[in-house]
Design a protein around this ligand. Structure first.
Ligand code: ZN
Length: 410
């Protein structure tokens, strides 16, 4: 089997892996200014997508330019999320070099889409492919690829621990080669129940003191997780931004969430903000919790809520995800100020961070790989892939961290 790495090596973003020069696994983008895309142009016979995050699907519609119509295989939520993200990219960057596709190519996705559930093998570009639940976000999959000689397991993003929205991965299919993510190879997460307890206590304290809490959250996965937390602890909350649409969409696919009834209850527990008639202004004038995009304060209704609550130290901003360097969220955590809508604003409200990660940490990655001590492990999707691979080699595992553009024969 020949494996070519077109992106996502030594970095988190633009994941793209070409197998046997015919089967493409993921085709993402690296957000930033400017965004970056996988290297080389590709003309695959088929495409398999692991899950609906921008760094795995962001450039997928561009594969349908000209006469190219490769089938795209994914789970139903992954297809829906890809469309949502692509529409957002068109809205933000359409017609510029920062958007690698047009409305026309996005519309073609319907013609080539092939949906699959977990553990239902299918054929793609002459390979047998099977999805397994990866426990990262709804619809996320480990991808097993068998070319008749070699079995490749592409873990993509995964979590070994349970979240309220999705249960952790349990599948460990046999494989000769494993391409393993390493986003949090250097991190030990606190136990999820402990993180949740701290979050709930902090939010309840602020409400009791008469303050408002703005909870910036990624639209996909994180928003729903926090709505589930609020419902479970009976914390009244509003939800705003792209997370509203994603929440409604996920309700349509109960097979891909851990507890569909809990998601239904959380959805009716939360109040969906329409934003009409100055509603956002009224919300922050009362004692309230608002779960809203964007998770890193780079856009979305958070741009209205943060300026409205920032001046009062009774209020609180609770970051719930990793803050990439250079984002307003990161700046706020480090300096107590943030550039919101082009204006630098000092923030007197309390700012806190909670680790609601959807990725395995160091121990999670190592426990997953315990099932693959005889396999070749190729480490990608992390800031220090080489360091993690070195640690594996020290323990006798055949491991390497491929470089951008590298082709390996396995
Ligand atoms: Zn992901």
């Amino acid at each position: 089997m020949e494996i070519r790495f077109l992106g996502g090596t030594g970095e988190v973003g633009r994941s793209a892996i070409l197998v046997n020069d015919s089967l493409l696994l993921d085709y993402g983008m690296l957000t930033g200014n400017p965004p970056q895309f996988p290297v080389d142009s590709v003309d695959p016979d088929a495409v398999v997508v692991s899950h609906g995050h921008l760094d795995h699907v962001g450039a997928v519609p561009s594969l349908l330019s000209g006469d190219a119509r490769p089938p795209i295989h994914w789970t139903p939520p992954t297809e829906e999320l890809t469309r949502t993200l692509a529409r957002d990219t068109l809205k933000l960057h359409g017609g510029t070099y920062d958007c690698p596709f047009t409305e026309t190519e996005l519309e073609r996705v319907t013609q080539v889409s092939e949906r699959h559930g977990y553990r239902e093998p299918f054929e793609a570009a002459g390979h047998e492919v099977t999805f397994f639940n990866a426990g990262h976000i709804p619809g996320s999959a480990h991808v097993l690829v068998d070319d008749g000689e070699t079995r490749l397991l592409y873990t993509a993003d995964f979590h070994t621990g349970d979240q309220r929205l999705v249960a952790g991965t349990t599948a460990r299919p046999d494989a000769d080669v494993v391409i393993c993510e390493s986003t949090y190879a250097d991190v030990e997460h606190d136990d999820r129940a402990t993180v949740e307890e701290r979050f709930v206590e902090s939010v309840e304290t602020t409400l009791w003191e008469g303050g408002s809490v703005v909870v910036p959250a990624f639209a996909i996965g994180r928003t729903q997780e926090l709505l589930l937390v609020c419902a479970a602890h009976d914390i009244p909350c509003y939800v705003d931004g792209m997370g509203k649409r994603v929440t409604r969409m996920l309700r349509q696919y109960p097979a891909f969430v851990r507890d569909p009834d809990a998601l239904r209850r959380a959805t009716s527990h939360a109040r969906f903000v329409t934003g009409r008639d100055g509603q956002r202004k009224r919300i922050v004038d009362q004692t309230a919790v608002v779960v809203t995009t964007s998770g890193m304060l780079s856009g979305g209704p958070a741009m209205t809520y943060i300026p409205a609550i920032r001046q009062h130290p009774t209020n609180k901003i609770t970051m719930t995800g990793y803050q990439v360097e250079g984002t307003p969220g990161r700046e706020l955590l480090e300096t107590g100020r943030a550039e919101i809508d082009g204006r630098i604003m000092p923030v007197s409200a309390q700012v806190e961070q909670y680790d609601f990660s959807a990725h395995a940490d160091h121990d999670g990655l190592r426990s997953f790989l315990e099932s693959y001590t005889d396999a070749t492990v190729l480490v990608n999707h992390g800031d220090d892939c080489a360091g993690f691979a070195e640690g594996l080699r020290a323990d006798g595992i055949d491991a390497a961290a491929p470089e951008l553009g590298e082709t390996l024969e396995v």
